[in-house]
Structure formats: C-alpha cells, structure tokens
Design a protein around this ligand. Structure first.
Ligand SMILES: Nc1ncnc2c1ncn2[C@@H]1O[C@H](COP(=O)(O)OP(=O)(O)OP(=O)(O)O)[C@@H](O)[C@H]1O
Ligand SMILES: [Mg+2]
Length: 377
C-alpha cells in the first residue's frame, strides 16, 4: 500500500494554474460556440427570408400569369393526357362555351364546328412532355377571314373598274368612227357603190367593237390572254382601218411604212391595233387639222422589233414627259388621261415597252419595243 504524499504548496499552485488555463480555454470555446450559433442563426434567418422572398416572387408571377391568361385575346386551354380539358382561360370559355372543364377535347371542337360552321378558329398546340399535357392556343380568325374576303371583293371590283375604263377607252375610237360613217351615210347624194363601201366599214367597226367586248368578257371569265402569232403587217392594216374616219374628219394624214410579212410577235392583235390607234388619235387631238403621223416598224435584231409613231404636232413639254403615262393625267379639258396608261398596259401585256422618244423635227415620238415571236423574224 502506498502512502499519500502530502501536497507541496507549489504543486497546488501548479494545479490551480492548469485549472485556470482549462477554464479559460473552456470559456473561449464557449464564446466561439456562441458566436457560431449566432452566425448560424443569422444565416438561417437570411435563408428563410430569401425563401420567403422567392415564394412571394412566385406568387407574384402566378398572379401576373393568371391576369395575363385572363387578358389574352386568344383562348388558352390545357389538355391532359386523357384528352380532357384541364384548364381554360376566360377567352377559351367565351369561344367554346360551357361546359368546358373536364370535357372531352375532340368533342368540344366538334361541338363548335357544328354550332357555328361559319366561325374560323386557328389552333396552335404545344405538347408539354414532362407533364404529358398539351397547351392549346386558340385564336378567332373569323374577322380576318371576312376582311380577306372583303379585300378580295374590293380587288376584283377595282380590277373591274380598271377594265371598264379600259374597255370604254378602247371602244371610243371605233365608236366615233361609226358615228362619222353614219353621218356620211345620211348624205342624199351618195352613190350606191359609195354607200356600200361605207356600210362595209361601218360593219367592220362594229365587229371590231364586238371583239373588244368579247376579249374583255373573256378576261372577266378568267380566260387565258390571247397569245396568237400576229403578223405585224396585219396589225398595221387593222389599225389604219380604225383611224381612217378620224383622220378624214380631222383633215390629218398618216403614212405607214410597210414591213416584212415575216416580222411577227405574240399576243392580242386587236389590243395592239387599238393601242396604235390611241397614239394616232392623241396626235390628232394635240396637233389638229394639219397634223401628219408617221408610223415606222422594223426588226432591231433577231430578238427585238421596234415600232415608232411620230407626229409633227406641238410635242410633249419637257416638264410633262414623266407624267403622261400616269392614269388620269391629261392636259385636255375633255380628256380622261387613260389613253396612254391603256396603251402602256397593252404594250406590257405583249411583253414590250413603250417610251417617249426625241423627235428631231419636234412633235411627239413614241417608241414601242417588242420581242420578236420565237422561231420567227
Ligand atoms: N402626240 C401627242 N402630242 C402631244 N402631247 C401628247 C401626245 N400624246 C399624248 N400627249 C399628252 O399626254 C397626255 C395624256 O394622254 P392620254 O392619251 O393618256 O390622255 P388624253 O388624251 O389627255 O385623254 P383621253 O386619252 O382619255 O382622251 C395628253 O393630255 C397630252 O398632254
Ligand atoms: Mg388620249
């Protein structure tokens, strides 16, 4: 058995010192723990408030989404994997009517088609793969359809208006010729042979007018434009017959240089003759009694041909050159300003171009350029 050794004073002091040290250490650890707890608490509070903020933000987003859905001009539907309507915004309810929620989606669509066959709905859908649902956006395009139909009607009407103006203009020259021939027929001193010749011309003009009306009606019926092979020399013959009475009545003269009969183009023979007649009538109207019109035609090369209508009238003033082909541009009190617009349209339909040239003798000069008919010339 060991005997207890009595503690010396310095031993006690050492024991107290180490005790104090331990308690100091404990104290420091406690304070450290305390500050860590405080820090953790702070972090916890911060993360709780962040989550609360996040939640509030989500709620705000949801609210915004809900008001957006309510305000959308189109209908929005959510269709579940069993093809039933799970959700719908007010516009969708207004479009499809009730009951809607829980209804079979194909049946809902059939229902609207049956009830309002004249209604046009446009549907866009997107499959949401994760949820197995489909989001459908529906827009009512009935008004758009009606508007499109109205625009179509108006376009047809304006085409009809343009055509009516064109027809009226094309008919004016042969019509004025018939009036002039009729006046001649009234003359009591007319020999039988003369009377017969005038009657023939009168009949020709009437047939020509009938042809013009027929081709316009063909256009309305949607008949394809005429693309017959036209011998240029024939057109020159036709057009001289159109303007003969007008030239005579005005005391004006016309010279036409004959062209090679092989020179041909494709298109509407009557329309081209009418266009040339329009140019001559313009020359008579601008130049008066003493006016002389000269028509020359010829091939430029194997592909292009040229037609030149030149007069010795006052010509077109420099400042008007740009505008004379515009519809309704006229310098005459009795003019409609449609003549040259109609001529330009006809020339374009024949694949050609028209421009105002520079006549060396003054007067007006119109140059018409056309493609030579393929395989000809
Ligand atoms: N040969 C010409 N000489 C001088 N000016 C011309 C000649 N041809 C046309 N013009 C000018 O171009 C304008 C437009 O001609 P356009 O044939 O389009 O209409 P308009 O002859 O005035 O009217 P409408 O043809 O309806 O009788 C004429 O008003 C005239 O100023
Ligand atoms: Mg004219």
């Amino acid at each position: 058995m060991q005997q207890a050794v009595p503690l010396e004073k310095h031993d006690l002091e050492a024991a107290f010192r180490s005790l104090a040290e331990v308690s100091h250490q404990l104290d420091a650890s406690y304070r450290d723990l305390e500050s860590r707890v405080a820090r953790l608490n702070e972090e916890l509070a911060a993360s709780r408030s962040a989550r609360l903020d996040e939640l509030a933000e989500k709620e705000r987003l949801l609210e915004r989404l809900a008001s957006l859905m309510a305000m959308l001009p189109g209908g929005v539907l959510l269709i579940d994997e069993r093809q039933q309507v799970r959700d719908a915004n007010p516009e969708a309810v207004a479009l499809f009517g009730e009951p809607l929620l829980g209804e079979d989606w194909p049946a809902v669509q059939a229902r609207i088609r049956e009830r309002e066959p004249e209604r046009h709905l446009s549907l866009h859908s997107r499959h949401l793969a994760q949820q197995g649902e489909t989001l459908v956006l529906v827009t009512d395009t009935t008004e758009l359809h009606d508007l499109q139909a109205q625009v179509g009607r108006e376009q047809r009407l304006s085409a009809l208006g343009e055509m009516a103006a064109r027809l009226a203009h094309q008919i004016r020259t042969p019509l004025s010729s018939t009036t002039l021939y009729l006046a001649q027929l009234r003359r009591p001193d007319l020999a039988v042979a003369q009377r017969e010749r005038i009657c023939d011309r009168l009949a020709e003009r009437l047939v020509h007018m009938e042809g013009l009306i027929e081709s316009m009606l063909g256009f309305v019926r949607g008949a394809p434009p005429r693309t017959e092979l036209i011998c240029l020399q024939d057109v020159l013959g036709d057009f001289q017959a159109h303007v003969q009475a007008r030239l005579q009545a005005a005391g004006a003269t016309l010279s036409v240089t004959p062209v090679d009969r092989t020179l041909a183009l494709r298109g509407d023979r009557d329309a081209l003759a009418g266009a040339l007649a329009n140019l001559v009538v313009n020359a008579i109207e601008a130049g008066g009694a003493a006016v002389h019109v000269d028509v020359w035609a010829g091939a430029l090369n194997r592909e292009r041909m040229l037609l030149r209508v030149r007069d010795n009238g006052p010509g077109v003033a420099q400042e008007l050159r740009e505008r004379i082909f515009d519809p309704f541009f006229t310098t005459r009190s009795t003019g409609t300003g449609l003549g040259l617009a109609v001529v330009a349209r006809t020339v374009n339909e024949l694949g050609g171009e028209i421009r105002l040239g520079d006549s060396p003798q003054g007067g007006a000069e119109f140059i018409l350029e056309f493609p030579v008919a393929e395989g000809e010339g």
